[in-house]
Ligand binder design. Sequence first.
Ligand code: HEM
Length: 207
Amino acid sequence: MTRYVERFNTGERVLHWFVTMTFFTQILSGIGLFSRLFVGYFDLFGGGQGAILVHKYAGVLFLASSLLLFLNHRKEISVLDDDDRFWLSRLGGYLSRGHFEENNGKFNAGQKLFGMFMGASTVFLGITGLIIWWPLAFPRGIVQISLLIHGLIFVLFFMLVILHVYLATIGNPGTLDGMIWGRVTRLWAKKHHPKWYKERAGQEKTT
Ligand code: HEM
């Protein structure tokens, strides 16, 4: 038996990093549109028109890939069980110093909520984005509300992605290995996702 257990296959990893690339392209090309404070970022795209063009077409790629990522994980993230409720009641143990015994499946409750938020936000960013893309096709009030919702979701999404990156790297060492190499150590799996690890170990025995 090796030290490692498989966490994500190649397709899952490629899709995750593709979503990440398009997500940050959207942030860099859209931030100058969000506030005048950031118009300097337009230079990365040869000016405002270039940034808008990239924002529209990379937006379509983000919409499609992010929805696919959500759909791929939907079975694993859409149900919160008693262990998840326990995890939530203790906020994952992140705000206390005591030992926290977690019993997570493949994803913990925080990851599940992030995944659901990501799916819903992608849909709303897509719908509002398309309305802003063709503003003359819709009543003025709808376009203005769309601009507001698009901006609000962007702020929330960006903050949660920063938290996601922190928790997936410095916050929980060993986690990033799964998304880079596809495998994590058994020690990491037993500590963070014991229920999932037991299932995996059971499958290994029967194959
Ligand atoms: C540099 C940026 C990023 C890093 C380092 C990163 C890292 C990771 C890692 C290590 C995992 C696996 C977690 C585990 O095994 O438990 C993961 C999962 C995931 N990532 Fe990312 N990620 C990044 C950006 C993003 C972005 C931009 C999105 C969405 C827009 C995203 C969405 C997800 C989702 C939905 C999952 C699966 C469920 C979850 O962990 O919440 N990631 N990410």
